[in-house]
Structure formats: structure tokens, C-alpha cells
Design a protein around this ligand. Structure first.
Ligand code: SF4
Length: 480
């Protein structure tokens, strides 16, 4: 009989996975257990995923990043798919979703799970559509069969689009971009065609039982997420969110771990509101957000538009960020897009962690800053979020090895390197900069010519006299 991480945590057991997570997060195992027991964090770890290095997703832990991979009808080979997994993990993905819709889905999924140290997520609905031939042809039995098969294969978490209900569909009528979630559009099509309620909602308890038998974690799909700023925070989005809150509690009743997916496209002034609302409606279940994109106007730069929203969401309490690549809305990402998307999202996640004061998060920034000020270029590259690119950019203009010890780079050049100038000044001053003291002769300073008013087009009549200015400067900096 399988015991889920949630069930173990509730009865007071600290599992091996919890101990491992505690080490990785620099937290006490008991704190990890409490967070899992209360549903505030999840450890997606299918009991048959032997290659997994357990990790945790929750707002009290380091913000995580997911990368999507997967084949399509046009690109599909096992080696290529393994390469994508390797690329995603190499550039820092904490989890990987296999969203393949091409051929050999079972073989590719099993190979991914066999090799992946990070949790693998899927959307079983995609395989159902592929097998059935169209959204309308899906049956409830087929859905359950595929979910059960993927759970047995070792999938750690699955996106289940059970929250979109028939009564929500009319709420999307006035939208600018309708239903943009793939799973949402499939379920809406099915409900329209059959005139019945969402089958995933109807057999939700059976899905919970399958998940409990393998410790698969729910990622409750946000089928009605906004696809543009104009649709953000509308009635349809929040009606589905209410249903996701109910489904969260039902999964917990079955001892199954849950996280909840979120938008989408959201203006900056509504990002925190989205996170806070999800946390309230879903009783603190981890929020897993796609971006959100904070503007719609930058196709080919949507890793940036969305990383801005992702950083804000992370600071507001989102637990995992699903990356967006520069190819979003435009095409299937290649390896470079995956790299750029992951870099953008690791920045967002880390910035959120620093802003939230996560234990040790700032240490990384401080270590890199110290290496930078010491002109320790090799250490700076080693500590960089993307070491290869940092070195590559440096070497574009100063490739020779002796420049790895240089006290400048090509940005300001040797003469104007501010850090070198500053260090030399401190050296001359015997370590610390002297403070301005009363009686200092500003007139004899070379800076006096350029740094004292009036400057530019200001009227000298509105500015302090030279004497007043000198007195003020001394008062302001002299007694600090
Ligand atoms: S030259 Fe400019 S950018 Fe380069 S190390 Fe010096 S201060 Fe920094």
C-alpha cells in the first residue's frame, strides 16, 4: 500500500524525500514535514521514479522554475527528446513538463522518467486527443485509462483540466482572445459537442484514487486563464479559480498533493492580486504560474515580458514559475530559446527569493559582487547564472588569457574603469576613503570646476551661494 508524502507528513513521518529536501533547501526536516502536511508545499515524487532527486514546491521554499519540452507531429525522435531534457536540466529547470504530441509518446515518456533527476509532469489530455482523433471523440474511459497508464509509468505530476465547467463557458463570450489554454479549449469543445459536464470533473474522485496509488501530484489546470491583458481577472478566470479551490480540498481528502496553475497575461498592477486571491481561495496550495506576461506587445521578447510578471508573482508568493521562451506565440522553441527562457526565469525566481529574504538567497549575489570588485574574472564566470555566456561575452573583446587578471574590461576601458579608479583611491587613502571634513578646500579640488552649481541651464539666482553650498555639503556628509 503506497503512502503519499502528504499522508506520511500528516501522520508525523519525515520521509527520505523530506530529509533530502531539507538539505537542499537548508531547512529543518520538521519544517518540511509541516509544510507538506498542511498542503502548503508539495514533493512531486512518483513512487516508481527511481532517478528522481526529490525537490519541493511551496511559497516558503526557493522559487522553482519549470521548462516545457516535448515533440510535435513534425519533430519527433528519441535522441532529440533526451537532448531537450538534458538541455532543460543543464540550464536549471527544477521540473520538466513533457508536452509531446508526436509519435512514440510512451517510449519517450518512459525514457525521460528513467533518466530525469527532476520531476516530470504531463498533460494526459493531449495523449487522449491524439488517441481519440479529435476533442469530441474523447471518452471518460479513455481519459482514466491514460491517466492510470502515465501514473504507472512514473509521471510525478499531471495537469488535470477539471476546473473548467459547462457553466463557465458563457462567461468567456466577451473575451478578446477566448480560451487560450490548450486543455481548456479541448474540454470546452467536448462540453459544447456533448452538452454534458466536464468529464474530468465528473470522475475527479477516481482520478484522485489513481494519484493516491502512485503519489502523483495534481497540477490543477487553469483552463480559463487570460490570454491577453484585456481578459485578465475576468469573471471566467475567477469562476474557474473557485472550482479549483474546491478540487484542491477534495484531493487533500484523498491524501493527494496539489498545486494550482495560474495565468497567463496579467498587467503589473494585478499580479499580486492574482497570487493573493489564489492563496486565499485554494487554502495556500502552491501556486504555479505561467509568467504572467505583463504586456502583449512584444512577441519575440516574451521571455522578458513574462519574467517581469514572474518575478512579481514570486515576490507575492507564487511557488513555481513556468518558463516562457522568446518563441512564445511564434513557434516551437529551439535549444537557444530554452536557454534564454530558463535564464530569464531563473533570474525572476532568484530575484523573488532575494526580495522575500529566503535563507541564503542573497549570499550568491554577495559572492559574485565580491568577485567582481576583486577583478576575479574566473570566479565571476563560475558564479554567473549562465557561466558559459558570461565568459563568451567577456572574451568577445578581450579573449587573451592575461585579461582574466585585468583590472578592467572593455566596457569602460582601462582608463575609465570606475572600480579600478575607486580601488586606487582607497589604496592611496590607506584603505578607507577619507570623509569630507570641515575646512576642506573645495576650491582647490579638480571636481570643483564641474560639480558645483550653477550647472547646465539652471538660473544661478535660484541656487545657494558658493559659501552656502560648501557649508551644506560639509554638514550633509561630514557627520554621517
Ligand atoms: S571597465 Fe567598467 S564594466 Fe568593466 S570592470 Fe571596470 S567598471 Fe566594471
Amino acid at each position: 500500500m503506497v503512502q503519499t508524502q502528504l499522508e506520511a507528513a500528516r501522520e508525523g513521518t519525515i520521509t527520505d524525500a523530506m530529509n533530502r529536501v531539507a538539505v537542499r533547501e537548508n531547512r529543518e526536516p520538521e519544517f518540511v514535514r509541516e509544510q507538506v502536511a498542511e498542503g502548503q508545499a508539495v514533493i512531486p515524487a512518483n513512487t516508481t521514479h527511481d532517478a528522481l532527486d526529490p525537490m519541493i514546491i511551496g511559497r516558503e521554499f526557493a522559487t522553482k522554475v519549470n521548462a516545457n519540452i516535448g515533440n510535435s507531429e513534425t519533430t519527433s525522435d528519441l535522441e532529440g527528446e533526451l537532448e531537450k531534457l538534458h538541455t532543460a536540466v543543464h540550464y536549471g529547470a527544477d521540473t520538466v513538463m513533457d508536452l509531446g504530441t508526436g509519435s512514440d509518446l510512451d517510449k519517450i515518456r518512459e525514457t525521460h522518467i528513467e533518466h530525469s533527476p527532476v520531476p516530470i509532469g504531463t498533460v494526459p489530455l493531449y495523449e487522449a486527443v491524439k488517441q481519440a482523433g479529435s476533442p469530441e471523440a474523447i471518452t471518460t474511459a479513455l481519459l482514466l485509462e491514460i491517466i492510470d497508464k502515465q501514473a504507472e509509468q512514473g509521471v510525478d505530476y499531471m495537469t488535470i483540466h477539471a476546473g473548467i465547467l459547462a457553466e463557465h463557458l458563457p462567461l468567456t463570450d466577451g473575451r478578446k482572445t477566448g480560451i487560450v489554454s490548450r486543455g481548456g479549449s479541448i474540454m470546452a469543445t467536448w462540453m459544447e459537442a456533448h452538452g454534458e459536464q466536464n468529464p474530468l470533473f465528473q470522475v475527479y474522485d477516481e482520478i484522485c484514487e489513481i494519484f493516491a496509488a502512485h503519489d502523483v501530484t495534481f497540477s490543477l489546470g487553469d483552463s480559463l486563464r487570460p490570454g491577453c491583458l484585456a481578459d485578465a481577472c475576468d469573471e471566467a478566470q475567477y469562476a474557474e479559480l473557485d472550482t479549483l479551490g474546491e478540487l484542491t480540498r477534495r484531493a487533500w481528502d484523498h491524501g493527494v498533493q496539489v498545486m494550482v496553475e495560474g495565468p497567463g497575461h496579467v498587467p503589473m498592477d494585478k499580479v499580486a492580486e492574482n497570487v493573493e486571491r489564489q492563496q486565499a481561495v485554494c487554502d495556500g496550495a502552491p501556486f504555479y504560474v505561467l509568467g504572467p506576461l505583463v504586456t502583449d506587445v512584444a512577441p519575440s521578447y516574451d521571455h522578458i515580458t513574462s519574467a517581469i510578471g514572474a518575478a512579481m508573482a514570486a515576490q507575492a508568493g507564487a511557488a513555481m514559475l513556468c518558463y516562457v521562451t522568446p518563441k512564445e506565440h511564434l513557434g516551437l522553441p529551439d535549444e537557444n530559446d530554452v536557454r534564454d527562457g530558463l535564464a530569464a526565469y531563473r533570474i525572476a525566481a532568484h530575484a523573488g527569493d532575494v526580495g522575500n529574504g529566503r535563507p541564503s538567497a542573497r549570499d550568491w549575489d554577495d559572492a559574485l559582487s565580491e568577485a567582481r570588485y576583486a577583478f576575479d574574472w574566473r570566479e565571476q564566470f563560475r558564479l554567473a547564472l549562465d557561466p558559459d555566456r558570461a565568459r563568451e561575452y567577456h572574451d568577445q573583446t578581450l579573449p587573451e588569457d592575461n585579461y582574466k587578471d585585468a583590472r578592467f574590461c572593455s566596457m569602460c576601458g582601462v582608463e575609465f574603469c570606475s572600480m579600478r579608479i575607486d580601488q586606487d583611491a582607497r589604496d592611496r587613502a590607506g584603505g578607507e576613503m577619507d570623509r569630507l571634513e570641515s575646512g576642506i578646500d573645495l576650491e582647490s579640488s579638480p571636481a570643483a570646476e564641474v560639480n558645483r552649481p550653477p550647472v547646465g541651464t539652471h538660473e544661478s539666482a535660484t541656487l545657494p551661494s558658493d559659501e552656502e553650498w560648501t557649508d551644506r555639503s560639509v554638514e550633509e556628509v561630514g557627520d554621517d
